[in-house]
Design a protein around this ligand. Sequence first.
Ligand code: F6P
Length: 566
Amino acid sequence: MSSLTETSEYSRLLSASSSFKSDPSLHLRDLCGLSERCSGLVAKLEGSDGRSIVFDYSRQQVVGDTMDLLFDLAEKVGLDKKMNAMYVGDKINETEGRSVLHHCLRMPKGYDFGAEGGPGIVKEVHSVLDRISAFVSKVRSGEHVGATGKKLVNVVAIGIGGSQLGPEFVNEALRADAEAMGCAEGRTLRFLANVDPVDFTLSMSGLDPEETLIVVVSKTFTTAETMLNARTAREWLLKGMGGKGGGDDVVLSKQFIAVSSAVEKAKAFGIDPENVFGFWDWVGGRYSVCSAVGIVPLSLQYSFGVMEKFLAGAHNIDEHFFKAPARENIPVIMGLLGVWNSTFLKYETRCLLPYSQALKRFPAHIQQVDMESNGKRVAMDGSVLPFAAGEFNFGEPGTNGQHSFYQLLHQGRVAPADFIGFCKSQTPVEGEGEKVSNHDELMANFFAQPDALAYGKTLADCEAEGIAKELRPHKVFEGNRPSSSLLMTELDAFGAGQLLALYEHRTAVQGFVWGINSFDQWGVELGKALAGQVRKQLEGSRKEQSVVAGFNSSTTLLLETYLGKK
Ligand code: F6P
């Protein structure tokens, strides 16, 4: 196995990338006209249930030879071996000495994936899922009620980062899905993440404490924001009960539950051990949506049955990812294109543009999955990388984004884009008379924007359109802006699971090719430590007339201003 820069493909790809930057015959306007090229740059995944995923990457700045080089590069850096090491549970998260097995969270009961200890893992996963299913059906049916006997129809999930973003994305994705919506009738699910008290106030507003179940979600059960919000919620709940319900212990045992891999800490917080749903150190926080982290709050809202479909969708992609040959493997191709755009074409940013309002929190989730995973400076062996790994990820649903940042995408900087669209709407609305349906209107934009980015509009086009001479330069679009289009059948629980797994694995592929550890996150530690020092200063300053000390002049000035000492 070689490292990326040691391979002959690395230098060949570098020289190919300069051609794409300088050779006008490699403009996407021309490349997109070559039907043989384009038909070779599509990967399809057909399901037995009539669903399909079409991944069209013909608008990426690649030709067949580029893809050949990328696949060869993948082979040289041992992508398939690394994928297999992940699959079977080798401790590929070396800095934390952990396996990376989030794909096991969605394996069906009794599934044998050929790994030593595999059957035990799948069994453990399902024993937690069975506990979740039993608890959820008791809450939803009213067998498990709040301390005063009222049905628990509100759920507030307290967690941050990976303990919130994924579940929140799935919640939004399912809110308008017919089946999920039916199951959620009369129920409320809210997410409380930020330590900003405004988030607390808004998350709790209008909720009757007697009907509210609090779920504290934290892998470590030490995250400062979550612990503070959990304590504040405990107070809110106990105070809100106004002494009813048979005492604090009864209230907490009925209405305060936890999801954590630090089960002992959750118990020490005062949560009934019966109501703690665990998961394992081989589930990274940002990869934990399919563990109790997502399945507990989302099943309470939408039923366990709906969430089983979500898990099945993710498993469907796992099967594809770990088994399909590289050239047909959608997450592998997505990841290789990510490396190509970032390392070779030097695009530092990429955007995620779902043409689906239901995916409004998907870009935020993938932002964490991707940036926390691949924002690294050293290779697995600790040597400093000779290239920058990771990209800035951002995105918004279309068409909203078109009225926000697309101006920059079309005429400013280049950011490779992923367009995501669905053949069916979750909530179809027929067009009036001869008019297209509302979903068609949305999708017209999904189909048009990638071409606008790729083809652009030349000065000659402007002239031919009779645009006034002085305005022509303003109306020129250079084009040659790369994108991929992912067209899926529909966004329901299964589809949401598929989408999640596609992007999780894309991130892993890039990390494997770059030779980094995509599964640790040491970069979040320093800020936390410094916040601890400031917290100490603030505690002291509130109690007595202390002086601000131990900070540089800039932080001292800011702190003194904040504390009203200036
Ligand atoms: O921001 C760092 C981080 O550790 C993330 O990786 C994680 O998703 C988040 O904090 C929350 O952690 P926990 O689930 O342990 O509260």
